[in-house]
Ligand binder design. Structure first.
Ligand code: DAU
Length: 369
């Protein structure tokens, strides 16, 4: 069984933080299609943020949706404004995705990760708590604060074993440490002040609209342009890949139906070495672009990431047993969809790279800025 989400009638206002990011944007697109609730997107609009996907979907859905979607540019590091905005919006549900998310960038410049992921979450929790405490009892009862996090908080696995909700935290990078800190804050606000929270910890996502600095979109971009595709170390690190739309389903299911105070691990059941991922991308592109020489020749081993986590793997039986969730896309299906999308939208990558002054160069080799 695999369940689809239905948003209850009493949820009339949903606040999503980080809606200009890859996963946040996918959450908002799904919400716009599946509920008449008002959707509020709060985003600081960082270097890799983008509104194109949302603009497109809103235009397509027409006027009735346009009037139910609001975008507010706000950095959660601004405590006063964050509080004001929460009180103005009066949300029934907060889905918190705003975060700096690229491990390599966190190695070069951890400051931004501390500010966005820890201070930002702290400010949001404080505001949400003040707001929640003042709600009438029926609204107080149904309010939820959903925190979207990562499996990287659990550290690194060897050849065997899986992460689950009971795995001790052991973050290794500035990014994962900042996400672990934010998870601890969210849990503390629940246990100490009673804020009704749910946390999800997900494995690697991929799909359309992901900024071309992460492995899959970067590799597609490089292959498309006949440039060398960098493979860190020996290429044998393992990630558990999940198509972004499946993650969105899991987020909404747990936000609505998850047990308060609990965390849920979400994974793709698709463990691959990075080498396998790049070879699969090249195979699809060879076929689609009718290449005579395989693009696999572009795959090049490069210096490893400092502190590179060896393997991630998720046991998602809790969300499966309690809420009936499992991924709908196999890795092969999801990757085919993703490669198709990037080939058709390569101009979007170029535009994003131009806007953010990023040239697909290597980052994260400890040259601290
Ligand atoms: O596990 C969930 C996490 O997955 C998320 O919380 C993070 O936000 C997300 O960035 C991702 O972290 P990773 O470090 O696993 O993702 P990334 O795409 O940067 O790298 C995936 C793997 O590929 C990793 O082992 C490093 C390797 N890699 C990455 C790049 C960018 C390469 O071999 N070459 C590359 O050029």
């Amino acid at each position: 069984m695999s369940t689809s989400v239905s948003i209850p009638e009493n949820i009339k206002k949903i606040l999503v933080t980080g809606g200009c990011g890859f996963i946040g944007g996918a959450v908002i697109r799904k919400l716009l299609k599946s509920t008449d609730a008002e959707i509020f997107n709060i985003d600081k609009v960082g270097k890799v943020s983008d509104l194109t996907s949302l603009d497109k979907v809103i235009k397509k859905l027409g006027q009735s949706k346009e009037s139910k979607y609001y975008f507010i540019q706000l950095d959660l590091a601004d405590e006063t404004l964050t509080e004001k905005v929460i009180f103005d919006i009066e949300p029934d549900l907060i889905i918190h995705l705003a975060a700096e998310s690229h491990v390599d960038r966190s190695i070069d410049g951890p400051d931004l990760f501390i500010k966005s992921n820890i201070i930002g979450t702290f400010n949001l929790l404080q505001s949400a708590l003040k707001y929640w405490q003042k709600l009438p009892s029926n609204k107080k009862e149904s309010f939820r604060f959903h925190h979207v996090s990562t499996d990287e908080v659990f550290g690194s696995l060897g050849a065997i074993g899986q992460f689950s909700e009971s795995t001790p935290y052991d973050p290794r990078s500035p990014y994962s440490a900042s996400k672990a800190a934010s998870d601890h804050l969210v849990n503390a606000w629940h246990h100490t002040y009673g804020l009704p929270i749910v946390i999800t910890n997900c494995s690697n996502n991929y799909g359309p609209w992901q900024f071309p600095e992460k492995l899959i979109p970067l590799a597609i971009y490089k292959a498309f342009n006949n440039k060398k595709i960098p493979l860190y170390g020996k290429g044998l690190n393992v990630r558990d890949w999940l198509y972004v739309e499946d993650h969105v389903e899991a987020i909404l299911l747990t936000a609505i139906n998850g047990r308060i105070g609990e965390s849920y691990c979400i994974g793709g059941n698709a463990e691959k070495t990075n080498k396998e991922v790049l070879e699969s991308i090249c195979n699809i592109m060879d076929r689609k672009l009718k290449k005579e020489d395989t693009l696999k020749n572009l795959i090049t081993l490069v210096e490893d990431r400092p502190g590179h986590d060896q393997r991630y793997s998720i046991n998602f039986s809790r969300i499966n047993e309690e809420l009936g969730w499992k991924p709908k896309h196999s890795f092969e299906e999801g990757l085919e969809l993703t490669v198709n999308w990037y080939i058709e939208n390569i101009y979007w990558c170029e535009e994003m790279m131009r806007k953010s002054n990023y040239n697909a160069e290597r980052v994260g080799l400890r040259n601290y800025k």
